[in-house]
Ligand binder design. Structure first.
Ligand code: NAD
Length: 269
């Protein structure tokens, strides 16, 4: 019998998968048998490296350049995926960035840039994915759900973050975006969930872990006592995309070593 965690012959688009969490998700999905569209905005070498790693393990992948905040580029990316692999079954809405500033100094460009990628990008990709799932129709031999959408959120969908107001607002937006489309699309058997990582060792937060002093400071926020690795999130993404998690719908899975447990209260509660 086929393992319920296998994704053989399903096609996954992973946005922003030329580095970090997206790259690990792309590789993990490829290892689980999915055809993978490795989306990137500028880092073609990182995308090619992800494709190489998936192919070296016997999987199938292509790199596709698209800025997720641009409607025409998102449409073209889905068209390329469908032309290449026939359809799309899984979307990992991962692309995201930070443009930090104190609130007083935050420019409208800083705000629009982060909201454009982190929230509008998720809207554009999820809408395109849902349209494709409905066009293609059910394939119960592949997966119980018509399609799966996984949004990369953050513990900052819950935890306020001074100096990063645009980022925290974008992730707070992702939370109700995800839940609202889960409510709307569930009747079509489109399964929608989020992953909310805590501190994962990637380029986005390099300054928080690259020196031993910075790492010690960061670890004060993590009761479980280690920084997360991208593979932690990759494993969860595969499981959430698989039939094993078929009854999970409209949920944020927090994966943070306990960061959202208010660790400051350990000594001061
Ligand atoms: P990263 O910088 O390594 O990856 C972000 C990816 O998004 C990059 O590949 C980048 O090229 C891509 N990207 C940026 N703008 C894009 C655009 N317009 N179109 C397409 N792709 C674009 O950082 P990461 O930590 O791997 O972040 C991945 C996701 O995880 C983000 O949504 C981030 O908010 C979220 N996240 C990360 C952490 C963490 O600790 N690393 C914690 C919580 C949430």
């Amino acid at each position: 019998m086929k393992s319920k965690t296998r994704l053989d012959n399903q096609t996954a688009i992973v946005t922003g998968s030329s580095s970090g969490i997206g790259k690990a998700c792309a590789i993990a999905l490829g290892q689980a048998g999915a055809n993978v569209v490795v989306n990137y905005a500028g880092n073609s070498r990182g995308a090619e490296a992800a494709v190489y790693e998936i192919e070296a393990a016997g999987g199938k992948a292509i790199a596709v350049k698209a800025d997720v905040s641009k409607e025409d580029q998102v449409r073209d990316m889905f068209k390329t995926a469908i032309d290449t692999y026939g359809t799309v079954d899984i979307l990992i809405n991962n692309a995201g960035l930070q443009k930090d500033a104190s609130f007083i100094d935050m420019t409208l460009d800083d705000w629009n840039f982060v909201l454009g990628v982190n929230l509008t990008g998720q809207f554009l990709c999820a809408r395109e994915a849902a349209r494709e799932f409905l066009r293609r129709g059910p394939r119960p031999e592949m997966s119980v759900a018509l399609g799966k959408i996984i949004c990369m959120s953050s513990v900052h969908e819950l935890i306020p973050w001074a100096g990063h107001v645009n980022y925290a607002a974008s992730k707070g937006g992702v939370m109700l975006f995800m839940k609202s489309i889960a409510q709307e699309l569930g009747e079509h058997k489109i399964r929608v969930n989020s992953i909310a990582p805590g501190a994962i060792r990637t380029p986005i937060n390099r300054m928080a872990w690259e020196t031993p002093e910075a790492e010690q400071e960061l670890l004060k926020l993590i009761p479980y006592g280690r920084i997360g690795e991208t593979e932690d999130i990759g494993n969860l993404a595969v499981w959430l995309a698989s039939d094993e998690s078929d009854y999970i719908h409209g949920q944020t899975i927090i994966m943070d070593g306990g960061m959202a447990l208010y660790p400051g209260f350990r000594e001061n509660g």
